[in-house]
Structures are given as C-alpha cells and as structure tokens.
Design a protein. Structure first.
Length: 362
C-alpha cells in the first residue's frame, strides 16, 4: 500500500553539471516555466530574448543535472473549497534511526514530502490520500510500524491558501510575467476523473514537459485524446503543474516553518495575507493547537527574527507557537533530493483510488 517504485536519475553529465551555479538565463528560464510549465520553447524564446534551440539545450542540462524539474500531481479540482485529504505529520524517531526512517519513507507514494527539521522535531511529512479513511490507514498501518518511529502526530490541512507551485524566483520583470501568464481562467465542463486521466497525471509527474505524442504512447490513447484530456486536467485543477529548483541554488537556501495561533475570525485574512508574501511557499489552515502553518524560503537564517517581528507588528493578535528550520529536504512533491537539493529520483504519487475518482464542483 505504501511503497512504490523509484525512478533514479543518472547520466554522464550529471556530476559535472550539478556543481555549476545557475546563471541569469537559467534563473529566467526556471521562472518562465514556473509561470508557464508546458509553454513551447518557441513561445518562451521571444519573452526571454533567446532562441528556442538554446532554451531547449539549457533545460536539458538543468533537468539532467537535477538542478530543476517540472512535475505534476493530482489536485482536487477547482471550486472544491479545499486541498483534498492532506496532512502535515510530525514523526518522533529513536536515536540513531533517523537516516533509516527517512530513507524508508522517501519511497512511500503517500509521503509526498519528507523533511528533517530542527527544534524538538525529527521528521515532518506532507502526506496525501484520497480520503480520510485512507489517510488514517497509512498512519496506523504504515507509519506506526516503521522500525524506529516512536510517535506519529498529524495536523490535517483544512484550507490551503498557498502552495509551492505559486512561488516564484523573481528573475523576470512584470511585463515578461504578464506575457507568459495569459492562460484562460475559464473552468472546463465538470466530469469524472477516469483511469486514463490518472495515468496522464502520473506520466506528467515524471516529466510535465513531455510532448503529447509521448504522453499518448504512455497511456495508450491517441495524441488528440491525450491533448484534450491534458488540457481538461490542467484547466479543471485536477492536475497541477509545478516547476521546481534545487533550493541551495535558488538564492533562498533556508527553509523556515511557522506554527501560528490566529483568532478564528482572522484566520482567513491572515492566511491569505501570508500567502501573498513573496517568500511564503505554503500557507495553510491546520488542525491542532496551531491553526495556521506557513513555510518560507529565506535568503539567510538572519531573516527569521525580522519576519517574525514584522508578523507580530502587522497582526498583534497572532501568537507564534513555534518556529523551526528544515535541516534537510529528503523529498519534495515526489522527488527524492540529494543533500544539496538536487533531484536524484522520483516516486510516482498515486494518490487517487477508484475508477471514477473525485468530481469537481459544478
């Protein structure tokens, strides 16, 4: 139930390219793909002022070295009012067992992200499941039985104000971003998610820039059908695309996590305000003593007290219950990471169950 196969990434140019920092064009290219993950190179070329062949070559080098990648994962669909069944799960681990537990859980499909954190916590997992019953089963039947795990403490996400797919590198100017961000906001006609749709999400998860012809072959449909279904999945929000970059090369190498207690009448306002902060990658209402969680990428540890002071100044009724720093990101949204943040493997995120899947709201 819990484990899945791991696709490892390797290549002759990986070791050499991995050590190279990202230059201005690399950063601009990643930012462009954050805005328009499946845009053709010919469409990106005039925006970035570089020919399409050069952009394609740059991207091949970035992705082959694990410094950047584009992935896809299942979403709940637009208009559903929530993130689906998602939880932040804290694990306490026996002394000396941390590495073994971390390595074991990075291969679990349900543990979409795995982080080693500071200040009294051992591991923090982001866990996804098709429903609450499946989430409970994963925690009781899998997490609680992993050798070395002492305790499991879940925080259910009740509302997602911001996720990492919306975070930007800030390498493009406003005009360039407007040019790229011209997709329609129209919600496609509602229908049920099928087995073919789920197979397409998994194929896009391995490489969200794969051409339609390759996707069609992977799931056994015609290119026209694949193109139509991919467009519906993305437009409806049942598939979410995300361009990621190794955090150590991004310019924001520090990941800070905040657990906040907000007066319930202010929760949505503070959650949305935090989501609009350019350094915040995730803002979510959660269950537990803290009712708001925020994850940030910062340029240095010295930025932590400044952010907290600004938070308290803006929202004096907000109480900071805890703050912590990610010491190591072992896995992020299905991608297994090296210590320097590069992608070195992929675990398919099979989070849907049932032939019909979820239905988006009318």
């Amino acid at each position: 139930m819990a484990q899945d196969s791991v696709d490892s990434s390797a290549g002759t140019g990986r070791a050499a390219a991995a050590a190279e920092p990202l230059d201005e064009l690399d950063l601009a290219l990643v930012h462009a793909l954050q805005v328009a993950p499946r845009a053709p190179w010919s469409g990106l070329a005039p925006v970035l002022g570089v020919d399409a062949v050069t952009l394609a070559r740059r991207w091949r080098r970035l992705s082959a070295s694990g410094r950047a990648w584009v992935t896809c994962y299942a979403g709940p669909g637009r208009g559903t009012g929530g993130p689906g069944c998602l939880a932040l799960v804290e694990l306490a681990v026996e002394r000396g067992a941390l590495a073994a537990v971390r390595d074991t859980l990075t291969r679990d499909a349900q543990a979409v992200s795995v982080e080693h954190v500071s200040d009294g916590r051992d591991l923090l997992l982001t866990v996804g499941a098709p429903d609450a019953t499946a989430l409970s089963a994963y925690m009781q039947q899998r997490l609680s039985h992993v050798p070395g795990v002492v305790s499991v403490r879940p925080h259910l996400v009740t509302r997602l104000y911001q996720e990492g797919a919306a975070w930007r590198l800030r390498a493009l100017d406003a005009g360039q971003q407007r040019t790229l961000g011209t997709a329609s906001d129209e919600t496609p006609r509602d229908r049920r998610v099928t087995a073919v749709d789920r197979a397409l999400v998994l194929a896009l998860g391995r490489d969200a820039r794969a051409p339609v012809s390759a996707l069609a072959r992977a799931v056994g449909v015609s290119p026209a059908t694949a193109a139509r279904r991919v467009a519906w999945l993305i437009g409806s929000g049942h598939a979410r695309l995300r361009c990621e970059v190794a955090h150590t090369l991004s310019g924001w190498p520090v990941t800070a996590l905040w657990w906040l207690r907000v007066p319930p009448p202010d929760l949505d306002e503070v959650g949305r305000r935090l989501a609009a902060h350019p350094d915040v990658r995730m803002s979510a209402a959660v269950t537990g003593p803290a009712n708001l969680y925020a994850a940030m990428w910062l340029r240095s540890l010295a930025d932590l007290p400044a952010f907290e002071a600004d938070l308290i100044r803006r929202y004096p009724r907000v109480e900071v219950l805890d703050r912590t720093v990610v010491l190591e990101s072992a896995k992020r949204i299905g991608r297994i990471l090296a210590a320097d943040g590069r992608c070195v493997g992929y675990v398919p995120m099979k989070l849907w169950e049932g032939e019909d899947g979820p239905r988006s709201a009318p």
